[in-house]
Design a protein around this ligand. Structure first.
Ligand SMILES: Cc1ncc(COP(=O)(O)O)c(C=O)c1O
Length: 478
């Protein structure tokens, strides 16, 4: 596409932007069970106004924009209160869970370099259920991830985590909850292990930080998971998930403010202005922190309890309904609003496609270790009104799929030749493979069941190669 020579009219541009969304998942109807968090019209309106009011302010320089710093300080203070952080702690507002996790591991690495210089190959011990962002951090910061298997309910096994810790371990990870199955790791037991070995312990509350505290105060069965648990040194929590904030809002918190010192990037050795960044980014719109500050104060504990109570009720309704659907089962023992559904006697991937024909979006997850392939749902306030309709469609679709015996043929193992080809593929092979299978990577088919089945039938390492190249190819300049 050529750079425009002449400018265009505002109205025309806004119309085009609006039209560009036409193929997106239709989240505003409450039929999407991932990616989007919508607490209703008034909340959305508040976010929009607060965001645009601060859109142009730059959080890069607190001396020029004390407003952004003040809002960040208040947001971090509220978050620390919510998750029972120590009064000696501190934190940083970030762009998302991934940045929070990146910062936490970079901090751990630099602290170890300073205090334990004999460690040349620092290790991070984490359950296989830990979010991909930890692996990204290991890749970026040259840390070694040591993964540990989980139990049948997808929770970390304390004895196995303990056994995985070596003299090179600088940090251990637990999730509250993990994304895939919504399992809450035994944080109290893991905290004791962290104390025993004197290592840092990061609780990933990215998806739980703005949910579990309210579920707990409402009386739901939630184990202790937060910064008040002995041994927990740092915690990530996202406001842009169940805090219903505008995207670009998360934080990393530390129980000991001294640890945060290792996070700060400070550079004066160049010809320009001194660059001092607590986070990954430098220039930082004030929009996300302003919108976040606004929604936290708008909702308060009471507002969030209302949202969580409704979401818990809808989740429990679904869990009960699934008990009555032959062939479908809930995986593990989810305590909050994230669940994974597996098929006991049919192929689950076509179910996502079938549900999509009725406007529902549920997220396919491939088999890995002790987790078979499944469909994930994150259930929020925006889904509550739709839950009865969802259950009705789910019940009907599962019955139809099973009786069509659709699954039987599809469940057959992958053709060994195709499997070998996919397993050994290099990024450069994607084009050839797609052509052979009749798939156009730049225009994936409406129904993903065949592609999901292929990917599910190969190793996770090979999936990484193929999917990485797929993304490399589809993000091509227009
Ligand atoms: C447990 C957990 N950790 C980390 C993340 C990463 O968060 P983000 O997508 O905001 O970077 C997620 C995202 O869903 C998550 O569920």
């Amino acid at each position: 596409m050529k750079f425009p020579v002449q400018g265009r009219q505002k109205q025309e541009l806004l119309q085009q932007l609006s039209a560009t969304k036409q193929f997106d998942v239709p989240w505003s109807e409450g039929k999407v069970f991932a990616y989007v968090y919508d607490a209703g019209e008034e909340a959305m309106d508040l976010l929009e106004q607060a965001f645009t009011m601060y859109m142009t302010e730059n959080g890069l320089d607190p001396t020029s924009f004390p407003s952004c710093m003040q809002l960040e300080k208040e947001v971090i203070g509220m978050a620390m209160d919510l998750v029972n952080a120590s009064e000696n702690g501190s934190g940083t507002f970030t762009s998302g869970g991934t940045e929070s996790i990146l910062l936490s591991l970079k901090t751990a690495r630099d602290r170890a370099r300073d205090l334990q210089p004999h460690i040349t190959q620092p290790e991070i011990v984490l359950p296989v259920t830990a979010h991909a962002a930890f692996f990204k951090a290991c890749q970026y910061f040259d840390l070694i991830p040591v993964t540990v298997e989980v139990d049948d309910n997808f929770r970390a096994i304390p004895e196995k985590m303990d056994a995985a810790i070596t003299d090179n371990t600088i940090l251990m990870v637990g999730s509250a909850p993990s994304y895939g199955h919504g399992a809450i790791d035994p944080i109290e037991d893991l905290g004791q292990i962290a104390l025993k070995h004197n290592i840092l312990f990061h609780v990933d509350c990215c998806v739980g930080g703005m949910y579990l505290p309210f579920a707990k105060s409402l009386g739901y069965d939630i184990p202790n998971f937060d910064m008040g648990v002995p041994g927990v040194t740092q915690l990530s929590m996202d406001f842009h998930k169940w805090g219903y904030a505008a995207k670009g809002a998360s934080c990393i918190l530390y129980n000991d403010a001294d640890v945060r010192r290792y996070q700060i990037f400070s550079h004066a050795n160049w010809t320009g202005y001194a660059v001092i960044n607590p986070g990954v980014t430098s220039t930082k719109s004030g929009g996300p922190v302003a919108a976040c500050w606004a929604i936290l104060n708008y909702m308060g504990r009471e507002g969030y309890e209302r949202l969580v109570d409704a979401s818990q009720a809808a989740t429990i309704k679904l869990l009960k309904a699934v008990e009555g659907i032959d062939g479908l089962a809930v995986m593990g023992d989810p305590k909050a609003n994230l669940i994974a559904l597996k098929a006991t006697d049919f192929n689950i991937f076509p179910l996502a496609d079938e549900m999509k024909t009725r406007g529902w979006y549920i997220q396919p997850q491939f088999s890995f270790e002790n987790s078979q392939e499944n469909l994930h749902l994150s259930i929020g306030y925006h889904n509550v009104e739709q839950m009865d309709a969802f259950i009705a469609d789910l019940t009907e679709m599962v019955a139809a799929l099973r009786s069509a015996q659709h699954a039987e043929a599809k469940q057959q193992a992958l053709d060994p030749q195709i499997k070998a080809m996919l397993e050994n593929a290099t990024p450069q092979d994607l084009g050839k493979i797609s052509a052979m299978l009749g798939i156009d990577p730049s225009n994936p088919p409406e129904r993903m069941e065949d592609i999901n089945a292929l990917l599910n039938g190969i190793s996770a390492d090979s999936r990484e190669v193929l999917l990485g190249e797929f993304i490399n190819q589809i993000y091509m300049p227009a």
